[in-house]
Design a protein around this ligand. Structure first.
Ligand SMILES: [Zn+2]
Length: 245
């Protein structure tokens, strides 16, 4: 018995070949979170699936959901291919890293529309030749924020004192920024300028990547801060990290 036909917009994360001519496709959707679909004869039927199963493509998925967790794909229409990502190793690595972070930190089938839109905008920005380090920092920062893991930034995590023109340290294991008195030797020395830039970036719509400029110090310290925060929440290190410098 075939279920009713549904339609949803989705981002293709990857596909794997199955049996003679089939494919299993992983999607992220705004409405249904992470999903997998079965594309029968996908490697033969160019008409129904065409090039629309390539990673990072934005698509409309027409599917039936049965008793199993796998969607049966009827047709997948391409909205945008983001083919620019595959022509450059740095952009491709950053795109794969973004997808892997979302997969590692999301529950199967649990919708989180802001994270869907964040990932799509991040891929669009990379696809249009955006600045890689800026894209990565903003993406990591916004992802941990949307997941509710954002650390304390502008005040000390221990004594809650608001910082004024002083040196601070950052220790994700203790909740975030620390004044020097509370920190002792713990954590990473960071400038208040970096902390302020990160905090201010969160006041802008999470889908906006254009127009940001970060200095070398902000990028270096900011990525060290985010690496600490992510290490606290990730179940394992992303495999795509080893392709990133
Ligand atoms: Zn303190």
């Amino acid at each position: 018995m075939a279920g009713a036909l549904h339609r949803t917009e989705a981002l293709v994360l990857r596909h794997v070949d199955y049996a003679e001519a089939d494919r299993i496709v992983s999607f992220l959707t705004a409405d249904h979170g992470l999903q997998k679909g079965f594309a029968r004869s996908a490697r033969k039927s160019r008409k129904r699936f065409g090039a629309s199963l390539e990673p990072f493509s934005q698509v409309n998925v027409h599917y039936r959901s049965g008793r199993g967790s796998l969607w049966t794909l009827q047709e997948v229409e391409l909205i945008a291919s983001r083919s620019g990502l595959c022509g450059d190793l740095q952009r491709l690595s950053l795109a794969s890293y973004g997808v892997e972070l979302v997969e590692l930190l999301s529950e199967e089938s649990e919708p989180h529309p802001p994270i869907y839109h964040l990932l799509c905008s991040y891929l669009d920005y990379l696809n249009s030749d955006g600045d890689g380090p800026v894209a990565r920092l903003l993406f990591e920062l916004r992802l941990v924020y949307l997941l509710g893991y954002i650390p304390h930034f502008l005040h000390c995590s221990d004594c809650l004192r608001i910082f004024h023109d002083e040196s601070v340290r950052f220790d994700a294991a203790r909740g975030g920024s620390l004044c020097l008195t509370c920190a002792g030797q713990a954590g990473l020395p960071v400038s208040l300028g970096t902390i302020g830039s990160l905090a201010r970036s969160l006041n802008v719509a999470a889908t906006r990547f254009e127009g940001f400029r970060f200095g070398v110090q902000t990028l270096t310290e900011g990525s060290a801060i985010l690496a600490q925060v992510l290490a606290q929440v990730l179940p394992r290190l992303p495999k795509s990290l080893k392709f990133l410098v």
